[in-house]
Structure formats: structure tokens, C-alpha cells
Write a protein that binds this ligand. Structure first.
Ligand code: NAD
Ligand code: DAU
Length: 332
């Protein structure tokens, strides 16, 4: 039993991990979160106060980070600016948080000699062609496309350098696209679900042929806990659940599960530099650390996610109009 510092623990995946840790371990958790537009304390509501403490602050605040590192046994670093479309509009916060913020945490991990796990993305590897049978592995060369993914790639390289140069006890995981409850309505799946719930037609970028490799956020959390327990220091692990789907099929499934005609969506302006396909080979994590995903049925997971958004409008409604106004200003 120990105390974990979870950065970004009021965001989509970070809050899922906090719930997961409380349910499956005896650890206590300190969440460090800036509560940007993407952070929401309500995502941690109902958790026992004697096991979870939320500290509102910036991972780039070295004094605060130093103080918190002195209080914990290990650190799991989720905090990031996470949305590609925002990074095309205003890259600066991505550099501040993803690069300088990660650097600040690594310096504290070095000083306090704390176990550090860095959460990253498959987007650092760039994209694959639709007709390419290949999937990303831990040996795929870095080739990020967007300001978001290039800052995540930069943060991964900082972690690797701090392991090699300073002996920081770090691991890295790169995961594919997550879905599930508590995801911000700016992202693809919650945007389309909440559009349908609001009577707005779903919006598909370009032709909708782009492929993403979907994994339920609960499976991401179980994988991270596995790596924290059993991962080898200095190693990278890819996390994925064999969930490749093209965007058009996902929109059609959301419409079908919502009782709507499957062609009731609009094609809108494509994303600049839009990555075509992501696909993860998670053999290393499965064979070396014994992890397996629990959600094998995407349709069932998506249906449960639609039900969650239908039943939790108070969680997402405050952000919805602003997000749609932003997209409308870009023809999306
Ligand atoms: P999110 O945008 O939902 O949450 C990010 C959280 O970080 C928010 O709570 C926000 O308030 C906080 N934050 C932002 N800047 C901060 C700062 N400077 N200091 C402290 N807190 C700050 O993001 P998410 O989708 O939950 O992603 C979490 C992590 O997982 C990111 O590192 C992301 O790159 C990675 N990831 C996401 C996915 C995905 O599909 N969403 C897949 C793979 C990896
Ligand atoms: O692969 C992991 C990454 O997955 C994470 O690192 C990112 O933090 C996370 O946001 C996600 O990135 P994507 O850019 O793949 O996710 P997004 O939800 O923004 O879009 C998914 C796909 O859907 C992508 O091909 C763009 C498309 N799209 C998106 C929106 C918002 C649409 O067609 N319509 C939309 O309205």
C-alpha cells in the first residue's frame, strides 16, 4: 500500500485510472490537476475523501511539484493538452504543458528518486496506410504529425533521456484511442453521441475513411496498473485492444444504437494533416506482463457509453454549446 500522485487525474483517462486504483488496490491518491477546460472535479465525485485528494495546480509549477513529490511513493503522469484540433488552432499550451510540464515532473522525479510512469499516445509513431497490414510496435520510429503528437513525442524522449542520463526509474506507455464515460465532448465519440442526443447531425471529417484503434478506458487503466506493478524500468509498452474501426462505421453504429437512420450525418471540412490510420500491436505487454483487455465487444462498450451520456447530461451540457460554436467557426 502506498500513495500515488496522478497528474491530470480530473481528465478523461486520468479520472478513470483514479477510480480503477481505488477499486482494485489499497493505494491512496493525490491528484494534481490544473482544471483546464478539460478537467472536471465532478469526474471524481463520490470517491472516499480519506483516499483521494485533489490539488488544483500546474505540473509546470516546480515548487508545488517538489512539495507533492515529497508526499508520494510513485507518480503516474496523465496531464496534457490532449486534443489535436486545438493544437492546430493554438499550439502554445501544448508546449507549456506537454514539454515544460513533463520536464518539471522529471526533475522532481530525479531529485526525489521516485518511480515515474509516463502516459503517452500511439500518435507519436505517425500514421499507417489503410492497406498496410503493419501495426505499431515498440520499435516503430517516431514520426509525429500534429503539434499535439509532436509535443507528446518530445515528452517521451525527455523521459528516455532522464532514464539514461540520470537513472530516473521511469516507464512509458503509448496507448491507442480511448472511449468510455467522462470523455470531453470535443472528442469524436462523445461529440457524435451528444449531437444525436441534442438532435444535431453527427459530423464526419472528410470521407470518414480514417481508422482509429479503439480501446475502453477501463482497459487502459488496468494496463497502466500492470505496468506500474510489473513493468521493467526504462521500457516502453504499447497498449491496444485490437479495436480498429473507420470513423464512418463508428458514426453509423452510434446512429443505429440511438435508433436513427444510419445515413443521418454530415461530411464536414477535414482536419489539416489528418492521420489516416493507427493500429497497435500490444504483444509485448500481453506476453511479458500478462495483461489482457476485458472489453472485447466494441458495440456493447459503445452502447454503455451512449447510455452514460444520456443519463449524465449535467456532466457534459455546460461544455457542449461552446465546443459546437468552436467547430462551426472552422466549418466542422
Ligand atoms: P483530457 O484532456 O481529458 O485530460 C487532461 C487533464 O490534464 C485535464 O484534467 C486537465 O485539466 C489536466 N491538465 C492539463 N494541463 C495541465 C497542467 N499544466 N497541469 C496540471 N494538469 C493539467 O485528456 P485525456 O484524453 O484524459 O488524456 C490523458 C493522457 O492520456 C494524455 O497524456 C494523453 O496524451 C494520453 N492519451 C490519451 C488518449 C485518448 O484517447 N484520449 C490515448 C492515448 C494517450
Ligand atoms: O490515438 C490516441 C489519441 O487519440 C490521443 O493521443 C488523443 O489525445 C486523443 O484525442 C485521440 O486523438 P484523435 O485525433 O484520434 O481523436 P479525436 O477524437 O479527435 O478524433 C478521432 C477521429 O475522428 C479522427 O480521425 C478525427 C475524426 N473526427 C473527430 C471529430 C472531433 C471526426 O470525423 N469528426 C469530429 O467531429
Amino acid at each position: 500500500m502506498g500513495t500515488l500522485l496522478v497528474t491530470g487525474g480530473a481528465g478523461f483517462i486520468g479520472s478513470n485510472f483514479v477510480h480503477h486504483v481505488l477499486e482494485h488496490t489499497d493505494h491512496t491518491v493525490i491528484v494534481l490537476d490544473k482544471l483546464t477546460y478539460a478537467g472536471n472535479a465532478a469526474s471524481l465525485a463520490g470517491l472516499p475523501e480519506d483516499r483521494v485528494r485533489l490539488v488544483e495546480g500546474d505540473i509546470a509549477d516546480a515548487a508545488l511539484v517538489d512539495e507533492l513529490f515529497g508526499q508520494v511513493d510513485a507518480v503516474v503522469h496523465y496531464a496534457a493538452e490532449s486534443h489535436n484540433d486545438n493544437s492546430l488552432h493554438d499550439p502554445r499550451p501544448f508546449l507549456d504543458t506537454n514539454i515544460i510540464g513533463t520536464y518539471t515532473l522529471l526533475e522532481a522525479a530525479r531529485k526525489h528518486d521516485k518511480r515515474f510512469h509516463h502516459i503517452s499516445t500511439d500518435e507519436v509513431y505517425g500514421d499507417l496506410e489503410l492497406d498496410d497490414p503493419a501495426r505499431f510496435t515498440e520499435d516503430t520510429p517516431y514520426n509525429p504529425s500534429s503539434p499535439y503528437s509532436s509535443t507528446k513525442a518530445g515528452s517521451d524522449l525527455l523521459v528516455r533521456a532522464w532514464v539514461r542520463s540520470f537513472g530516473v526509474k521511469a516507464t512509458i506507455s503509448n496507448c491507442s484511442n480511448n472511449y468510455g464515460p467522462y470523455q470531453h465532448v470535443e472528442k469524436f465519440i462523445p461529440r457524435q453521441i451528444t449531437n444525436v442526443l441534442r438532435g444535431i447531425r453527427p459530423k464526419l471529417y472528410g470521407k470518414g475513411e480514417n481508422v482509429r484503434d479503439w480501446i475502453h478506458a477501463d482497459d487502459h487503466s488496468s494496463a497502466v496498473l500492470t505496468i506500474l506493478d510489473k513493468g521493467v524500468i526504462g521500457e516502453t509498452y504499447l497498449i491496444g485492444a485490437d479495436g480498429e474501426k473507420d470513423n464512418k462505421s463508428v458514426v453509423e453504429l452510434i446512429l443505429a444504437l440511438s435508433g436513427q437512420p444510419t445515413d443521418a450525418y454530415d461530411h464536414v471540412t477535414d482536419r489539416a494533416g489528418h492521420d489516416m490510420r493507427y493500429a497497435i500491436d500490444s504483444t509485448k505487454l500481453r506476453t511479458e506482463l500478462g495483461w489482457t483487455p476485458r472489453y472485447q465487444d466494441f458495440e456493447a462498450g459503445l452502447k454503455a457509453t451512449i447510455d452514460w451520456y444520456r443519463e449524465n447530461e449535467t456532466w457534459w451540457a455546460p461544455a457542449k454549446d461552446g465546443v459546437e460554436a468552436f467547430y462551426a467557426s472552422k466549418g466542422q
